[in-house]
Ligand binder design. Sequence first.
Ligand SMILES: *Cc1c(COP(=O)(O)O)cnc(C)c1O
Length: 415
Amino acid sequence: MTSTTTTETFDSDPARPDSEPAIAGSEVGFATRAIRTGHLRTPESEHAEPIFTTSSFVFSSAAEAAARFAGDVPGNIYSRFTNPTVRAFEERLAALEGGESCVATASGMSAILAVCMGLLKQGDRILSSRSLFGSTTMLFNKYLARFGIETDYVPLSDPDAWEAAVDPRTRLFFCETPSNPLTEMADLSRLAEIAHRHGCLLAVDNCFCTPALQRPLELGADLVVHSATKYLDGQGRCVGGAVVGDRKLVGEEVFGVLRTAGPTMSPFNAWVFLKGLETLELRMLAHSERAAKLAIWLLEQPAVERVYYPGLADHPQHALVGTQQRTGGGIVSFDVRGGKPAAWSLIDATRLISITANLGDVKTTITHPGSTTHGRLKPEERAAAGIGDGLIRVAVGLESVGDIQADLARGLPRS
Ligand SMILES: *Cc1c(COP(=O)(O)O)cnc(C)c1O
């Protein structure tokens, strides 16, 4: 992906009710889709998108009720199945990712669970990047394994390792790029090619980049999953998730799990995410600009041993920035000299930055992965994953970058 002004046509999804986008068939740019797609104006002539807080919908007659239940006539029945506000968010995110269908979920984790339940069966295997959001690893290892779906792990940035690890039972490739917290990157086009050659699907957790910076479907991925909790909201208010892909995989299989098992998105949360999408591109570029400035400043600090940021020229997969991924993104990690005591005292010396493991907020956050997000790993597993005792992750917000630097400088070891 090299520009955000590429245009694509997008039209309605006949498999689902209420799916006619407001600008069906138009060829418009990313920013326009982020602002205009998905809202069907009601007879009240509202300008901003309304929130439909209703659990069920009424029918004009018993015959119409029967026809809707039978699927002969499109239309809402119950908000576990479809809801107009949720649908508006789904339409808009699908248009941004360049997918035919989107299904919104109660959280990022329920998006990943719905993909696995909808597309895998007992005996199938997942091939996944080793560096993965902690709860995703737990879901794969503890819960899916119980139902006979096992996972093999490979290094994210080594396509040959993926190729070598494919098993005849492998059905799904799964990765996050860039990784948390070390910002390693996968070559998505290559992974998609390997997956398809072996009859597998590629799912990408696009939480860190969002479609404003990276569109995995355009690179050959089959599915995109999101934790909308992070940058799609952008202001740390709601928990939610989504799956994007084609009509068959997402509009039928994943949607079927959602409407039956029920981890659907609430209309209020959908409305918050819908409005978040309107400023997504601006925010992602601003997060990236501040993160790049912070990364360069950190490189100059004597107490900082190493900086991890895709936008830096010495990043091992730097070549993918500007092609696969538009900018470096908002996450910067660094090793501070002095190990865990130095890292903890740096964190404790901050006054502005929030000490929290969340990310994707306008407020800058700081965390010590070794004792929080990656604290459950054994010391040797942490070392193998490259998570040092002095490692700190900063999710750069939208405050003035000079103030973020000054806040970190307070606790940097001197001499
Ligand atoms: C937060 C996160 C998730 C899980 O999302 P929730 O909304 O918290 O359920 C999944 N993947 C990544 C990369 C995340 O950062």
